[in-house]
Design a protein around this ligand. Structure first.
Ligand code: ADP
Length: 411
C-alpha cells in the first residue's frame, strides 16, 4: 500500500510544468471528456502508462467505468476494464492508493503479459467520487515519485468530476424551474382556453332561459348555433389535451391497417366541403399508395393541417399533393397565406408553441402540430414545415411504404 497527500514540493520541474498545464486544462475545460483527453496527453509526457480508466460511483453506489483511454501496446479498452474493476473497488473502499501486478503465462517472453496497476481514490473534502486506475505493461513498477505524481493528477481529475457534477445539478435545477414555469403557463393558458367557450355556452344558455324575454326564432337559432359550436370547440380542446398527454406518456393507442391514402384524402376533402362554403383544398394525386397506418390518426393529422390553413391563411388557396416512390410516400399540404418566419419553423412542432404575433388573431393551444408530429413519428414518418414568408407555408410528410404483402395461394 502506498499513499500520502500529494504536495507540489515533491515534484520535479518538468513534472511541475505538466501538472500546471493539467490545472489549466481543468480550469478552461468546456466538457469533461475533452478535458480528460487533454489530461491524458499532458500526463504522458511525464508519466509512463499504457492505459487509464476513470471509475465513478453510479446510481446504485457501485463503481462504473466512465472514461477509458488506451495509449498503446495493442490493448483494447474493453479488455482492460476487467483488471481495473477489482483494483478500483479496493481503492474506493479503502480510500488508499494501491498498486497491483500480475504475471500472465509466458511473461518472461512477452513483456505485455507482465502488468502493473496503480489505483488512486478520487477524493474531495465532500466525499469520495470514484477511482482512477493506470495500467502499465511490461514494467517498471511504479516508484513512490511516480505514484505521487499520479495522485496529483487524480486530485485534478476529482476537481473536474466535481465541477461536472455541479454543472449537471445546476442544469437539472434550471430544467426543473423551466418545467414548473411551463406548467404554470400551461395551466393559465388552458384555463383561459377552456373558459372562453364555456363563457359563451353559459352566457347564451342563460339568455335563452330568461323568463322575462321571448326570443324570435332567428335569435334562438343563432344562440343555439353558438352554443353548439362552442361545445364542439370545448370537446376539441379536451380531446387535444388528452391526446397530447397520452402521446407524451406513450399510451395513445394506434390500430394499424392497410390504408389507401388517396381515398383517405378524398374523404377528408368531402368532409371539409360539407362543413363550410369555402373553396375546398385542391387535391393532386400523382400516385395511389397503400401504407400501414391508423386511418383515424392519419386523418387527424390532415384535418389539423387543413384547419390550421383555414385559421392562419384564411381565404388563401390550399393544395394537397400526394406522390410516392418505391420506398416512401410524400404528402404536401400547402397554403398561400402569410407563411411562417424561419425561426419558428421547427418550434411550431413543440407542445404549446404558438407564434407570438398570431396568438391573438386565431384561437388555439399550440398542441395541434405537436400531436401531428407524434402521430407521424408513430408511423415511422417525418413531418416538417417550409415557408417563404409572405408566400405561404408548406407541410411535408414522408411515410415509409408498406412492404407488398404476399398473398398465399388459397388465402
Ligand atoms: P394552434 O393552431 O393551436 O396554435 P398548432 O400546433 O396547430 O397550434 O400550430 C402552432 C403554430 O404554428 C400556430 O399557433 C401558428 O402560429 C403556426 N401555424 C400553423 N400552421 C400555420 C400556417 N398554415 N400558416 C402560418 N402559421 C401556421
Amino acid at each position: 500500500m502506498v499513499g500520502k497527500s500529494p504536495s507540489p514540493a515533491d515534484l520535479k520541474p518538468k513534472e511541475l510544468e505538466a501538472v500546471y498545464a493539467i490545472s489549466r486544462a481543468v480550469a478552461l475545460s468546456e466538457g469533461i471528456n475533452q478535458a480528460l483527453d487533454d489530461i491524458v496527453n499532458l500526463t504522458r509526457s511525464v508519466f509512463i502508462f499504457d492505459n487509464m480508466v476513470l471509475y465513478l460511483v453510479g446510481e446504485n453506489e457501485t463503481l462504473e467505468p466512465r472514461y477509458a483511454r488506451v495509449i498503446g501496446r495493442g490493448r483494447s479498452a474493453e479488455a482492460n476494464l476487467a483488471w481495473g474493476d477489482a483494483l478500483a473497488n479496493d481503492v474506493y473502499h479503502s480510500l488508499e492508493t494501491m498498486t497491483a501486478s500480475e504475471q500472465l503465462d509466458g511473461w518472461q517472453e512477452d513483456r505485455l503479459a507482465s502488468r502493473f496497476f496503480l489505483g488512486i481514490p478520487l477524493r474531495l473534502t465532500e466525499g469520495i467520487l470514484g477511482a482512477l486506475v493506470f495500467g502499465r505493461f511490461g514494467g517498471p513498477p511504479y516508484s513512490p515519485d511516480q505514484t505521487h505524481l499520479a495522485e496529483f493528477i487524480a486530485s485534478h481529475i476529482a476537481q473536474l468530476v466535481h465541477r461536472q457534477h455541479l454543472v449537471e445539478r445546476i442544469a437539472n435545477l434550471e430544467a426543473d424551474r423551466r418545467l414548473s414555469q411551463l406548467q404554470h403557463d400551461f395551466i393559465a393558458m388552458i384555463t383561459h382556453e377552456l373558459n372562453t367557450p364555456l363563457g359563451f355556452i353559459k352566457g347564451y344558455a342563460t339568455t335563452l332561459l330568461r323568463k322575462d324575454t321571448t326570443w324570435d326564432e332567428n335569435s334562438r337559432l343563432e344562440f343555439l348555433t353558438v352554443i353548439d359550436e362552442e361545445a364542439d370547440r370545448l370537446r376539441e380542446l379536451i380531446d387535444d389535451l388528452l391526446d397530447s398527454s397520452r402521446l407524451q406518456a406513450g399510451t395513445l393507442k394506434m390500430t394499424f391497417e392497410a390504408v389507401r391514402l388517396d381515398t383517405l384524402l378524398r374523404d377528408i376533402i368531402s368532409r371539409v366541403q360539407s362543413r363550410s362554403d369555402e373553396t375546398p383544398p385542391r387535391l393532386v394525386i400523382k400516385s395511389s399508395p397503400v401504407i400501414q397506418g391508423d386511418p383515424i390518426r392519419l386523418a387527424q393529422v390532415f384535418d389539423n393541417l387543413l384547419s390550421n390553413a383555414a385559421k392562419y391563411a384564411p381565404q388563401a388557396p390550399v393544395t394537397i399533393i400526394l406522390e410516392a416512390n418505391k420506398e416512401q410516400v410524400h404528402i404536401i399540404v400547402k397554403d398561400e397565406g402569410p407563411g411562417i418566419a424561419p425561426e419558428h419553423l421547427d418550434k411550431i412542432f413543440e407542445r404549446f408553441y404558438r407564434i407570438p404575433d398570431l396568438q391573438t388573431a386565431a384561437r388555439g393551444t399550440g398542441m395541434g402540430l405537436f400531436i401531428c408530429r407524434q402521430i407521424v413519428s408513430a408511423h415511422r414518418g417525418i413531418i416538417n414545415a417550409e415557408s417563404e414568408p409572405g408566400k405561404g407555408a408548406a407541410f411535408h410528410i414522408t411515410l415509409p411504404l408498406s412492404q407488398p404483402s404476399v398473398i398465399k395461394p388459397g388465402g
